[in-house]
Ligand binder design. Structure first.
Ligand SMILES: [Fe+2]
Length: 186
């Protein structure tokens, strides 16, 4: 049984605390399809929404059937998460949601440790220039990450994080996620 996130790179890590950046291989075309489908998705297709802060829902839950391209992202995330957690991929499941930041929006500081999650992260679909950076915070330590399309950032669920204001004229699209153990696999 895994009791906590293993951080294999911690020993020789010059960063203030553990996180990992991972690139989704060959995901540019995938991101274009994800963006296109999201633009056509009717408002009512959201399964649920939460974190209503600053005039918007920061988390929008969408059925995989409405966004089938997410399967590639889920598989890539779980494959890498299994390596980070040193366990078999078929023991893991992933919950995910869309974060769509319009011009002027930001994402307020939050953690993902509400449940028995092992690893958290984000995947970046469409990141216009100056549309916001990811800030990870652990106590007094913080790090700002300039994200880009096709990037994953993994971090422990307890790490407080936020996204700075979208100063571009375009929407910023990312996926937030949690990875945990599943008896039935992903
Ligand atoms: Fe988050």
């Amino acid at each position: 049984m895994i009791s906590s996130v293993q951080t294999p790179s911690q020993k020789n890590n010059s960063r203030p605390f553990w996180y990992e950046i991972h690139r989704c291989p060959n995901c540019l075309a995938l991101n274009a399809r994800l963006s296109e489908r999201l633009a056509r998705l009717p408002e009512h297709s959201a399964l649920s929404k939460n974190h209503y802060i600053g005039g918007r829902y920061e988390n929008i839950y969408i059925a995989l059937a409405d966004l089938p391209e997410m399967r590639v992202v889920i598989d890539a995330a779980i494959t890498r998460a299994a390596e980070i957690l040193a366990c078999e991929a078929d023991r893991l499941r992933m919950g995910w949601w869309l974060n769509a930041m319009r011009p002027g929006d930001l994402t307020h500081a939050h953690t993902h440790d509400d449940n028995d999650e092992l690893l958290s992260g984000a995947y970046y679909i469409d990141i216009p220039k100056n549309s916001g950076s990811l800030v990870l915070m652990d106590g007094e330590k913080s790090i700002e990450i300039e994200t880009c399309m096709g990037m994953f950032v993994f971090f422990p669920p307890y790490v407080l994080h936020k996204v700075t204001r979208n100063l571009s004229d375009y929407s910023r699209l990312s996926i937030g996620f949690n990875v945990g153990l599943s008896a039935t696999g992903k």
